[in-house]
Design a protein around this ligand. Structure first.
Ligand SMILES: Nc1ncnc2c1ncn2[C@@H]1O[C@H](COP(=O)(O)OP(=O)(O)OP(=O)(O)O)[C@@H](O)[C@H]1O
Length: 239
């Protein structure tokens, strides 16, 4: 179902901010199915690359081309931010909100939101309570439910498990693997090598704003192309 959106072609992309180049030049093609993990240390440009793909960054140079054209592509994708945006609504209404914006009636939207809350494991949570009472892990699940409720074909997630404990991380990873198996194309960032090993079909490794490698995960982990990638996988602290 993603075939008419992809490939996504990124050509000579550069982002310059405050007088310095923070990303690029990057040329990269995203195809097919599965989970692409954008891996790299803090500050390597992961968030910036995901935001650029999702159309949230002004490009300083280069192009980003979706196979189906930009407007169609934007309507079929969702983004989960590292720190979920909290609205002053109940948990259920936060999840239902994208459907309400689409014109779905409140009752139907809330019913769909209830089912989605269940499917991401938001159980034992008072769904009519304000979203602000949720724990970190619950907030991430709520953000994931809100992103999935319009059934996006492509889902971007920026460090979806940062600061979460093992149990919450495992639950979110399970949802991501399930959605990927259902055909949702997932593009996510992490600096966590273990998470990349567990989830990735493809790795895009960034270091200091540069693309070091884009390769099938098995290939990347068996023989990373650059010393920086090798050190990152090994858990060393390259300078
Ligand atoms: N608007 C901006 N103005 C100036 N510098 C910026 C801007 N946005 C990002 N940067 C810088 O660009 C670099 C890459 O940032 P980015 O958030 O993309 O990295 P990251 O790999 O996602 O990092 P982290 O893992 O810490 O979230 C950082 O040095 C950051 O300070």
């Amino acid at each position: 179902m993603v075939t008419n959106l992809l490939p996504l072609r990124i050509t000579d992309l550069e982002l310059r901010r405050a007088g310095r180049r923070i990303l690029g030049p990057i040329s990269l093609t995203l195809e097919g199915r599965g989970i692409t993990v954008v891996l790299g240390p803090n500050g390597s440009g992961k968030t910036s690359l995901l935001r650029a793909m999702h159309g949230l960054e002004r490009l300083s140079a280069g192009r980003i081309d979706w196979a189906c054209g930009e407007a169609v592509a934007r309507a079929r994708q969702a983004f989960v931010f590292q720190t979920p945006i909290l609205m002053r609504r109940s948990v259920l209404d936060c999840i239902a909100y994208p459907l309400v914006l689409d014109g779905v009636g409140r009752r139907a939207a809330r019913a769909a939101a209830r089912a989605m809350a269940d499917s991401v494991g938001l159980t034992g949570v008072a769904l009519d309570a304000p979203a602000s009472v949720l724990s970190g892990g619950e907030r991430q699940k709520m953000a994931l439910a809100r992103a999935l409720i319009r059934q996006p074909q492509i889902l971007f997630l920026d460090e979806p498990c940062a600061n979460l404990d093992n149990a919450s991380t495992r639950e979110i990873e399970t949802v991501l693997l399930r959605e990927s198996a259902r055909g949702v194309r997932i593009v996510m960032s992490t600096h966590n090598v273990g998470q990349a090993r567990r989830l990735a079909d493809e790795i895009v490794f960034l270091f200091a704003g540069r693309l070091h490698e884009a390769a099938p995960a098995r290939e990347f982990f068996a023989g990373p192309a650059t010393p920086e990638a090798r050190a990152h996988i090994a858990g060393d602290l390259p300078t």
